[in-house]
Design a protein around this ligand. Sequence first.
Ligand code: X5A
Ligand code: ZN
Length: 685
Amino acid sequence: MAAGTALVYDGEMSSHKLLWEDPVCDIEVPERLSSCYDRLQHYNLVERCISVSAREGTDSEIMLIHSMDYLETVKGTEKMEEEELQKVSAGYDAVYFHPTTYRCAKLAVGATLQLVDAVMSGKTRNGMALVRPPGHHSQRNAANGFCIFNNVAIAAKYAQRKYNLQRILIVDWDVHHGQGIQYTFDDDPSILYFSWHRFEHQKFWPSLRESNYDAVGQGKGRGFTINIPWNQVGLGNSDYLAAFLHVLLPMAFEFDPELVLISAGYDSGIGDPEGQMNATPECFSHLTHFLMNLAKGKLCAVLEGGYHLRSLSESVCMTLKTLLGDPLPPLSGEMMPCLSARESIQNVRAAHKPYWKCLTYEDVTPLQDLSTRSCQAEEAESTQSNAELLTPQEVGKGNISEVIKTDRFLEMHMKSIIVSLKPPIKTAAAVDESDTHLLPPAVHIPKGLDVKEFKTTISAFDVKLMKEEALSSLLNMLAVLNKIIKKEVINGLAVSSTPSLSSAIAAAHCRKLKVQKILCVFVGDMDMKIELEDGKVLLINICAKQSEQVNTKHNISLNWKEDPETNNFFSATFGFILPVAYSYQPNLTIVIVGPNQNLGKNRISLLISLLQGLAQSQILALIQDTEEKIMQDITNILTGGFIPNFGTYAPDLKENVQMIKELREQFQQEWKLLQCSAKNSKDEN
Ligand code: X5A
Ligand code: ZN
């Protein structure tokens, strides 16, 4: 199993710089690269990565995407004087050349390919390449938008040829449309290209008709280009999250890529003068974390844009930290996608319905862009202003004083979100003596707690009737839970003969230790004994049996019908469980796996893996002792293993999708990330 994270960097790529005055290009500066690297060093992330050297991309590699003529043109700039350079530059849209541009552009290509090789050869599981000049706008015959050679497009072609890959996903989270990548793979169904971008009804650069949601690809490639046009500035964490949950992830899991490439531009982050968006650095942790569950974790992030140096470098750090497997900071801000973002999401879903099974049973009707109110205005209404702390909405505008404001905001923000020291041990377990051999050696097995210490927690329950064995396993579980709450470990698992009672005791114990919000996910048919009265618990129950209980905001049952043909659970996971969980923002997650669970180990593994994005990755997995066969899979996920393949894709059953749709409608006022369209919102009621 491949492990480790590659970092490809070469300071020489800082030599490419603008020699004359040009207000369009002057934001693409050498410090973009060095400030990222400095920040990585500041967080001691460089030393935790496997360093991979850059190299020059070869002519034939560059010609996987670009014409020989264009390559010769770029080559020719190496010997030019400033005046000539300026002339060549003027022949393209938003581009500058420097005598070292050709060398740097070759290094950017080669660095990207070195990263692909590290990941595809199994030297590392994933990695990031910090490169300049960026690539995603450049085209067969043209430089464009600061981009000379299309690093990511070349990498995709290279990976297809060298490793015989059938399916590659490219996620372009840069705030600009990577039209160069789109043109390259427009009719190619083997590359799924996803891009979101500032669009503003085609007013924003590059102002192309083909950046809109109805550009879905051509010929055989129809459906394999996904564009989310953002028609307003000021979008942020919850809008991006909604786009992932309701658009990209269902399609990406259906596509089932063998490799994920990220065109990782950070001009979609807060404070960026180009993007004018509000996503805070930890948002990129979450986006990265989602994508790490595809392609057995094979993921290459390649730098594109990003022009606010502090925002860029903090976001790069959060991306790399996540690739390294660190727990994720909670996503900040109110989890409520704005109307304009929901319109875009609805339109993309409608445009793609003919091409994706995951959308078959969703009713998505296209809609014209109706919204006129700004997102800032909308958010200002609902966000309480806080005199001490600046909110992202207040700082993300982009002029000089705003740049400094963003610096100050990020200074405070990063201090508050960076999870204090990472515990040396990731996972603790409470299992029977006879099962310890099933656990990897890195898993810590703490000593059970003394019963007296837990008298008050336990006294409310009938533990006196318990066999000694059951009681001691309960105390072992509480020892694991204690370690999670005290942050001595990140997560834990416990085997129990009475998981339902154990979970109730665990929840009671959490409350005693002042854990504010607990997310409990039950998988399997069990009685629920958890106290729900005080709203400190949100319970999601995934069961086969129809329960007669009436759903409430904090107690929701999903009656999931099993279908032997259907090896998936994606509509429930992305369409309901994660939106609710992210809206709730728990401090701790408990997953209880009981008998008759009708999901199977892959789907439970994926669910647990995704839930690690919440509650600073603090999860307790409680497994019924009759279900021990799943213990190793869950341990694998908790200790940082990757998600196995799902096998052939089959869409979720119509009745299951229907049920999810109804639940979404029922709860989208409470749990707002469930909203994936412009209707059913407060705006129209
Ligand atoms: C890579 C990138 C942006 C070009 C903007 C030109 N390019 N106005 O972010
Ligand atoms: Zn960009």
